[in-house]
Design a protein around this ligand. Sequence first.
Ligand SMILES: NC(=O)C1=CN([C@@H]2O[C@H](COP(=O)(O)OP(=O)(O)OC[C@H]3O[C@@H](n4cnc5c(N)ncnc54)[C@H](OP(=O)(O)O)[C@@H]3O)[C@@H](O)[C@H]2O)C=CC1
Ligand SMILES: O=CC(=O)O
Length: 323
Amino acid sequence: MKPSVILYKTLPDDLLQRLEDHFTVTQVKNLHPETVEQHAEAFAHAVGLLGSSEKVDVALLEKMPVLRATSTVSVGYDNFDVDALNARNILLMHTPTVLTETVADTLMTLVLSTARRVVEVAERVKAGEWTKSIGPDWFGVDVHHKTLGIVGMGRIGMALAQRAHFGFNMPILYHARRRHEAAETRFNARYCDLDTLLQEADFVCLILPLTDETRHLFGAEQFKKMKSSAIFINAGRGPVVDESALIAALQQGEIHAAGLDVFEKEPLPVDSPLLSLPNVVALPHIGSATHETRYNMAATAVDNLIDALNGKVDKNCVNPQVV
Ligand SMILES: NC(=O)C1=CN([C@@H]2O[C@H](COP(=O)(O)OP(=O)(O)OC[C@H]3O[C@@H](n4cnc5c(N)ncnc54)[C@H](OP(=O)(O)O)[C@@H]3O)[C@@H](O)[C@H]2O)C=CC1
Ligand SMILES: O=CC(=O)O
């Protein structure tokens, strides 16, 4: 008999087939308690779990007594209780690398669209406001040769630095927990503490994971330190930023504009003050959302689960020490 797994995401047909070649698959719509209750038997016997975005916590793990591996279709894993997984020796697999370039493209899109006010002026054209030659009230600011501050010089931070250095001649400042020699030699990036980066950067780009250390790393104090002409970008995780402090900084003109792919609450509530600010570009968490990359992420997650349940954890494993 094949081992049983729970799938809580829709997969392309060929990838579902690949999963079914190895496992008996029970597909569910989410991991809410009522869904788990409905499929209690399947959860009780599952050794694997594959999907994205849902919370995997102690309460869920209690319903899965024989679980051996989880596989998330994402690089971020802040929705998992990693300590609880470790305590039970359950592997956690994720999908770094395959999405890196696409997410860096999204960050660069946010840089360009906020600086050049692309969304705002395109809306004005659609509203019939382009009735004569445009004047300075439609102008944006330059991106090329401006200083880019990257907070989180990991895989995606490096790919952003590559675009900014070679494509836009931007001097690069970065902050991370440690220095990255490759960033310094390849992109002439300068390591600095967070305060220095905030004071000197024209664009402050966050691409950090959400952890106990990064939660609300950005609040009123950080926005006050930024230039009033600075543009703030976040494509890491929403709760890294105190969103009410960001809204206040934008409303009071402490910073110039913001480009956001992630929010404290997702989907972003329709009554969020962010949506009525013309200098905010708000995207629906599309960092990796291209057909090619989402397919590659799903394929990686399927292979990760097959590998993990076969004891092969030489890549894409968050907690290999539990083997
Ligand atoms: N919007 C979207 O759709 C997407 C969002 N993401 C988010 O982006 C995050 C980063 O992805 P990726 O680049 O692959 O991850 P990496 O692990 O490669 O990079 C993370 C970076 O964050 C830095 N960092 C972590 N904690 C701190 C801290 N307390 N202070 C300062 N720096 C810190 C790390 O520092 P150091 O190098 O010193 O260890 C590292 O440079 C993901 O975890 C995810 O949350 C990812 C993909 C898509
Ligand atoms: O937010 C997306 C991810 O892959 O993490």
